[in-house]
Ligand binder design. Structure first.
Ligand SMILES: *Cc1c(COP(=O)(O)O)cnc(C)c1O
Length: 393
C-alpha cells in the first residue's frame, strides 16, 4: 500500500531538504515561513481559482479516446493540459508563484529557462500581475529557441544570456540564484518544476495538484469511478506528473507510472533517464537522484525533448521510485516519436514531445479491458514543429 504523507520539514523519506549556500538562507527561510499560510488564505484562493478558470481556461477537458481504447484494449482517457493558455501545464505554477510573490510584497521575478517554456509562462504571469521579470537563459539555448525568446521579449521580460559552462539550463540556474541573492528584498525566484530546495517541490506540487483534482471529478462524472487504474505522465523535473499523481498518492487502486527520457538509449551516454542510470546526490539544493560520474560531477543530459533534458528529478519522485509506490519507465526518442505519430493519426492531436513520452508507455503495458487509464497530455506540439518536420513527415 502507498504511504505518502505530506512533508512538514521538506523531506520525502530521505529525499528533498534544503541544501543551500549561506547566502540564500534568508530568501529560502522567508519563503518556507510564508508560503503555506498565504496559499491557504481566502484572498489567494479566490484570485488563483479565478485566474485558472477565466485566464488559463480550466478545467481542461478529460477526453476519452475511442481509437486508443480500441487499440490498447482498455478505457483510455487523456487530461488535456495542452489546451491551457501558453500551451502546457507550466502556467498553473507560474501564476501561483507570481501571485504568491505579489502577496509577499515582491515587485520583481527572476526565473531560469532551458527550452523557454517556463520562461514564457513566467513572463506571461508577470505581465498579467504587473511584476517585472528577468529570465536567465543559456546562450546556446537562446540560439536554439528563438521563437520562445521572442515571446518572452514581446511580453516585456528581460532575457539575460548565461555565458558560463555549457551555456545551458544548469548555467542559467546558477545565474538566476546569484541574481536572487543580490536582489533578495524585492525579488522572488520562480522555479519551473518540483525541484530545488524546500519549499519549492512541495509548493509547485500544490499548484499543479489541480490536475488530479479535476481528473477525479471528471472521471466520476464520465465513468462513475473517481479513481483510475493507472495514471501515466512524463517526468522531466516531475511537475506535471506530481500534479497528475497528487490526489491518487494514497489510493489503493491507482497505479502511478512515470515516463523519463531515455534519449538514444539508457546504455548510451546520450540520455536523461535519471532514475534508471542515476544515483543519490545533491543537485540544485535538494537530495535526490541525479546523473553523475564517479567523481560526483553532474553529467550532461540528452533528450530529443528539451523539457525532459534535466540531469536531476524532483525528490518526490525519487521517494516514490525507491519505495516502489510508482513505476518509472525509460522511453527513447524513437519510441516517443512513434507514440506522437500514433496520437496525431488516431486522434488528430499533435502533442509536445515531452507528452509523447507518456503515450509511449501504452505499448509496454498489459491492461485488462475494464482498466481505466488516464494519460496526462502535458502540452501541445507547436513548439516542436522543427523536430516533427525532420522525423515524422
Ligand atoms: C516543461 C515540460 C515538461 C517537463 O516538466 P515537468 O516538470 O516534468 O512536468 C513536460 N511537458 C511539457 C509540455 C513541458 O513544457
Amino acid at each position: 500500500m502507498k504511504s505518502y504523507t505530506l512533508i512538514s520539514n521538506g523531506y520525502y523519506g530521505k529525499f528533498g531538504g534544503a541544501y543551500i549556500p549561506e547566502l540564500l538562507f534568508n530568501n529560502v527561510d522567508e519563503l518556507q515561513k510564508s508560503y503555506k499560510k498565504i496559499i491557504a488564505s481566502a484572498e489567494f484562493q479566490k484570485k488563483f481559482k479565478g485566474l485558472l478558470k477565466d485566464y488559463v481556461g480550466r478545467p481542461t477537458p478529460l477526453y476519452y479516446s475511442e481509437a486508443l481504447s480500441e487499440k490498447y484494449k482498455a478505457r483510455i482517457f487523456m487530461k488535456r493540459e495542452d489546451l491551457n493558455h501558453t500551451g502546457a501545464h507550466k502556467i498553473n505554477n507560474a501564476l501561483g508563484q507570481a501571485l504568491l510573490a505579489k502577496m509577499m510584497g515582491k515587485q520583481k521575478i527572476v526565473a531560469e529557462t532551458g527550452a523557454g517554456q517556463h520562461g514564457v509562462a513566467t513572463a506571461t504571469a508577470c505581465t498579467l500581475l504587473g511584476l517585472s521579470c528577468v529570465v536567465f537563459m543559456g546562450e546556446t539555448d537562446i540560439a536554439r529557441q528563438a521563437p520562445n525568446v521572442a515571446r518572452m521579449k514581446m511580453l516585456g521580460a528581460t532575457v539575460i544570456p548565461s555565458l558560463s559552462g555549457t551555456k545551458t539550463l544548469k548555467d542559467a540556474t546558477n545565474d538566476a540564484i546569484r541574481y536572487w541573492i543580490n536582489h533578495a528584498a524585492d525579488t522572488h525566484y520562480i522555479i519551473g518544476s518540483v525541484v530545488g530546495p524546500h519549499p519549492y517541490p512541495d509548493m509547485v506540487t500544490r499548484f499543479q495538484s489541480i490536475i488530479s483534482k479535476e481528473i477525479k471529478i471528471q472521471l466520476r462524472k464520465q465513468t462513475g469511478e473517481s479513481e483510475p487504474d493507472y495514471v501515466i505522465a512524463c517526468v522531466g523535473g516531475g511537475s506535471n506528473a506530481a500534479g497528475a499523481f497528487y490526489h491518487f498518492l494514497n489510493s489503493k487502486k491507482t497505479k502511478l507510472v512515470g515516463a523519463e527520457a531515455a534519449g538514444k538509449g539508457v546504455h548510451t551516454h546520450e540520455t536523461a533517464a535519471t532514475l534508471t542510470i542515476g544515483s543519490v546526490g545533491i543537485i540544485h539544493g535538494a537530495k535526490t537522484y541525479l546523473m553523475q560520474n564517479g567523481d560526483g560531477q553532474i553529467t550532461e543530459p540528452y533528450s530529443i525533448s528539451a523539457g525532459l533534458d534535466y540531469p536531476g528529478i524532483g525528490p518526490l519522485h525519487a521517494f516514490l521510485h525507491e519505495s516502489k509506490q510508482a513505476t518509472y519507465l525509460a522511453i527513447t526518442d524513437l519510441e516517443a516519436l512513434a507514440a506522437a505519430r500514433e496520437l496525431i493519426h488516431l486522434d488528430g492531436i499533435i502533442p509536445a514531445l515531452e507528452s509523447a513520452h507518456a503515450f509511449a508507455v501504452l505499448p509496454k503495458m498489459k491492461f485488462r479491458p475494464t482498466d481505466i487509464v488516464v494519460i496526462n497530455l502535458s502540452g501541445r506540439g507547436d513548439k516542436d514543429m522543427e523536430a516533427y518536420l525532420k522525423f515524422i513527415l
